[in-house]
Design a protein around this ligand. Structure first.
Ligand code: NAP
Length: 252
């Protein structure tokens, strides 16, 4: 049965995990704002949702820019209605060993993941708390536990876990939950770029990753979308402040 028509924002939803999540939430009956850097890129996801019979709009915004975030959230509220679901998914990698990592590599990753999630959540919570219902899900990563070549990214992803727990504490009394999903290896352009960086064929890279994963396969964007669907669902109101590792096996 379709869930209540609530408005959802998914950032970085032009491709990868964000696109799969936007499609899944639309299939759940949500009206979805597909946010990405370029509105034109977001439109491809919107077209797929429309072809499946769902409702979506494309919105161009850089989540690390406060003016663009304010304008994007206002535009969503005006065109679709007040957003009550936010998925902080937009992300970038700038991998390098610490001794080679530039300040720009560090700042870019912090700005998109941490500042972006902060700005989007701050702008969207107003609509959620007024409605007395809301769901915020932020994309962390197994890299939060430490990963060679990712001092910037692992710091940001660990930071999002603290951010999530604090939002859960502050916003719970307004009917708003906050959770994090921490994917392991998921087949997307991001992991394809990592394979290129280490000079490996993507299929070999995937097979090597799968051999280390208890369920013996790489993750798919739909694996993450299904978890976000649960966490943003009507029945998940008592699940808050959690970090769910979706990695084909256990993590500490
Ligand atoms: P992806 O394929 O690289 O997609 C990321 C999307 O975010 C792109 O469409 C990108 O736009 C957009 N984006 C980047 N910076 C942005 C900004 N400042 N404002 C708005 N949008 C922005 O990545 P993915 O693999 O689907 O990953 C999605 C999320 O899951 C990320 O937070 C990532 O860290 C996390 N994650 C991924 C994996 C994995 O194995 N793939 C594992 C753990 C966690 P452009 O194309 O224009 O740059």
């Amino acid at each position: 049965m379709a869930e209540t028509r609530r408005v959802a924002i998914v950032t970085g939803a032009a491709r990868g995990i964000g696109a799969a999540t936007a499609r899944r939430l639309a299939a759940d009956g949500r009206a979805v704002a597909v946010v990405d850097l370029k509105e034109g890129d977001a439109q491809a996801t919107v077209d797929r949702i429309a072809a499946d019979g769902g409702t979506a709009i494309a919105v161009g915004a850089d989540v690390s820019d406060s003016d663009q975030v304010a304008a994007a959230v206002a535009q969503v509220a005006e065109r679709l209605g007040p957003p009550q679901i936010l998925v902080n998914n937009a992300g970038v990698i700038r991998d390098n060993m610490l001794f080679k990592m530039s300040e720009d590599d560090w700042d870019t990753v912090m700005n998109v993941h941490l500042r972006g999630s902060f700005l989007m959540s701050r702008a969207a919570q107003e609509h959620m708390t007024s409605a007395g219902w809301g769901r915020i899900v932020s994309l962390s990563s197994t890299s939060a536990l430490g990963n060679r070549g990712q001092a910037n990214y692992s710091t940001a992803k660990a930071g999002l876990q603290g951010f999530t727990k604090t939002l859960a504490i502050e916003l719970g009394k307004f009917g708003v939950t906050a959770n994090a999903v921490a994917p392991g290896f998921i087949e997307t352009d991001m992991t394809r770029a990592t394979a290129e960086r280490v000079g490996m064929d993507f299929e070999e890279f995937k097979a090597a990753a799968a051999a280390q994963i208890p369920v013996r396969r790489a993750g798919r964007p739909e694996d993450i979308a299904a978890t976000v669907s649960f966490l943003t669902g009507e029945e998940a109101g008592f699940v808050s402040g959690q970090v769910i590792y979706v990695a084909g096996g256990p993590r500490d």
